[in-house]
Design a protein around this ligand. Structure first.
Ligand code: BG6
Ligand code: MG
Length: 220
């Protein structure tokens, strides 16, 4: 049938950076005079930086000039960069290295498919960059998730047919993107939120090697 490929989202799948995005957005919201809750932050998962700011300003009912909008985008990112500056391997989510090693030992191509423009430095900081054969991130795509573009580019880079790719995602928009790309979608996180995924797990500790073997052999 052909070889399989694995595509990982970054934020919330490989590392728990959602908390840093949240702190940076909350700081901006507070400066603009309103609250931004953890529940509201759920809406930001998998969503581009620009779209996040649009949603944030809607929440606070704040009107912005183009100049203010651009300034706030930069400010939020500088605050976020200050948080991720201190990141190291201890922030890799449980059992991610086991799964990556399992795939590497079997020469399975691995890609990153993320909306973030900070993906590469984060992978470098946590020491996982060498595992990835291709990195597709917010710098390489025109259309944001739920558009399948990011995953289709990743599949193309890996030279694997989309229908033979497996995607790990923690965002609703990401699961929709994987489904739209005709890939196997695996939700990492809350089943109630990620119910459009083909398979669901709370985190990688629930994904055993037997299930990974099943994914590898599914298309043989
Ligand atoms: C996604 C996150 O991975 O990247 C979003 O889930 C974030 O919350 C988006 O807004 C863009 O990230 P960045 O690092 O380019 O601001
Ligand atoms: Mg994510």
């Amino acid at each position: 049938m052909g070889k399989v490929g694995f595509i990982f989202d970054l934020d919330g799948v490989i590392v728990d950076t959602a908390k840093y995005h949240y702190l940076a957005w909350r700081k901006l919201a507070n400066e603009l005079g309103f609250e931004f809750t953890k529940e509201q932050n759920e809406l930001f998962k998998g969503v581009s930086r620009k779209r996040c700011l649009e949603i944030l300003l809607d929440i606070g009912n704040v009107k912005a000039t183009q100049k203010q909008f651009d300034t706030w985008m930069i400010e939020k990112n500088l605050d976020y960069l200050a948080y991720i500056e201190k990141m190291d391997a201890s922030e890799i989510l449980p059992d991610v290295p086991r799964v990556l090693n399992f795939l590497k030992e079997r020469n399975i191509p691995i890609a990153l498919g993320s909306a973030s423009k900070n993906a590469q430095p984060i992978l470098e900081k946590v020491g996982l960059l060498p595992y990835f054969d291709s990195i597709v991130d917010g710098n390489n795509v025109a259309k944001a998730k739920p558009d399948p573009e990011v995953f289709l580019i990743a599949a193309d880079n890996l030279k694997v047919k989309p229908e033979l790719c497996v995607v790990f995602e923690d965002a609703v928009a990401g699961i929709q993107a994987a489904n739209a790309a005709d890939m196997v979608s695996i939700g990492i996180g809350d089943l109630d939120i990620l119910n459009e995924a083909q398979y669901n797990f709370k985190d990688f500790t629930e994904i055993d090697n037997q299930f990974l073997e099943l994914l590898l052999n599914k298309n043989k």
